[in-house]
Design a protein around this ligand. Structure first.
Ligand code: FAD
Ligand code: EPU
Length: 338
């Protein structure tokens, strides 16, 4: 059904009071195919929206058509060597899907527990947490080409996944609407406990021999202790990416800022902690009007209520500017601006 002048307040995790001129739910492929033939499609600017948990609306009115992806369905097909291929509709809720897999004894996604949003958005920025990224279990996806109306199969290689990036954020921006995503999960998964906090949390929970469900629970506990719940305090998780710099740049910074936090990455690079940079620049737990930096995680910008997208954006740019002044590092936003 097509809605006009539709409020998006409960469709974006910043909780911004924004609206769109047109809003339509995509429940199945035929909805898309019908829309594609319509005048509205030809005329209007289009925005694909999942859970709205990585989207910042800059203006309070979106002139165009919002395509809210809400198709459902999870199907498992047995494959060999303890591996199971799972095909999931893009409109499925990500944390709910992960929990279902854990309950069925299928591993590979446990470290990605409790990340808000929908399955269809998971390849967009190659979501990641606690040492795992979606690309590690990704098998391919089906997408609707918004230019030609044709459905295409897209492989992992074509997605060109990187840290918080994929071809969908660069060369294919706004080109494909993802319909379903395939993952390869395991009935005998190798647990990934390298992130120190996971082991510590398992210990605190009194778990000696963890399985995937315990790891999922440990990750969820850690996340709840650090990140604000968008239903209580509007936010989109990390606002910026962690900057990746050459080892030599890191060495220089380390001379001046001896406690700077960074982890070795590929090809002589170091991934710096953006949270540390922001905290060190004095922003943690600082508030300006309706916007501020979260008290437990400096990388999370929050809406204390009634903020506008422009206020949040302006505040983020002030942070970006001050980090650049202090460290010479340009923070790149992770959040998608509309
Ligand atoms: P949306 O915000 O709706 O969309 C994000 C982008 O994807 C937009 O550009 C949109 O156009 C596009 N898109 C959405 N669906 C489709 C589709 N079906 N086809 C094509 N394009 C589409 N992210 C992490 O990686 N790791 C974390 O640990 C993490 N923690 C978070 C914690 C909190 C509290 C919050 C609020 C966010 C966090 N995020 C994290 C960010 C966010 O959860 C992810 O980016 C998630 O994948 C966004 O899903 P969504 O459906 O809400 O996307
Ligand atoms: N730190 C600070 N100040 C803070 C918070 C953290 O100095 O306020 C330092 C600490 O030294 C800490 C380190 O930063 O040990 C890392 O912090 P944390 O484990 O919270 O992870 P992060 O690097 O800030 C990244 C992702 C998160 C993901 C976690 C766990 C990015 C941009 N963010 O955060 O993803 O959940 O690791 O893997 O890569 C998201 O993308 O939205 C997101 C929340």
């Amino acid at each position: 059904m097509l809605h006009r002048n539709f409020s998006l307040r409960s469709y974006n995790s910043f909780g911004l009071d924004v609206a769109a001129s047109y809003f339509v739910q995509i429940n199945d492929l035929s909805d898309l195919e019908d829309l594609y033939k319509s005048e509205l499609w030809k005329r209007e600017r289009k925005l694909i929206l999942g859970g709205g948990s990585n989207t910042l609306f800059l203006d309070d009115y979106f002139e165009g058509l919002v395509l809210w992806v809400n198709n459902k369905g999870i199907s498992l097909s047995e494959t060999k060597n303890d591996m199971v291929r799972v095909s999931v509709a893009a409109g499925e809720d990500w944390p709910g899907f992960v929990q279902q897999m854990l309950n069925q004894g299928l591993g590979g996604l446990e470290n990605l527990s409790l990340i808000p949003g929908k399955v269809g958005a998971s390849p967009i920025q190659n979501i990641g947490a606690y040492g795992v990224e979606v690309k590690d279990v990704f098998q391919g996806l089906l997408a609707f080409d918004m230019e030609t109306g044709v459905i295409v199969d897209i492989s992992a290689k074509e997605c060109d996944f990187g840290y918080r990036s994929s071809a969908f954020k660069t060369v294919w921006k706004n080109r494909f609407l993802i319909i379903s995503v395939d993952f390869l999960l395991s009935t005998k998964p190798q647990l990934k406990l390298d992130y120190g906090a996971i082991r510590a949390e398992l210990l605190r929970m009194g778990v000696r021999e963890p399985g995937i469900r315990e790891v999922g629970l440990a990750v969820s506990n850690i996340r709840r202790s650090k990140l604000p719940d968008p239903s209580q305090l509007g936010n989109a998780g990390s606002f910026f990416k962690n900057p990746v710099v050459h080892q030599l740049v890191f060495n220089d910074l380390k001379q001046e800022f001896t406690d700077i936090v960074g982890h070795p990455d590929k090809n002589q690079t170091v991934k710096l902690s953006a949270a540390w940079l922001i905290e060190r620049a004095g922003w943690k737990n600082r508030r300006k009007g309706n916007v501020g930096v979260f008290q437990h995680q400096a990388l999370v910008i929050v809406n204390f209520g009634n903020a506008t997208g422009r206020e949040i954006f302006g505040y983020a740019m002030e942070i970006q500017h001050s980090v650049k002044e202090m460290f010479g590092i340009e923070l790149e936003p992770e959040v998608n601006f509309v």
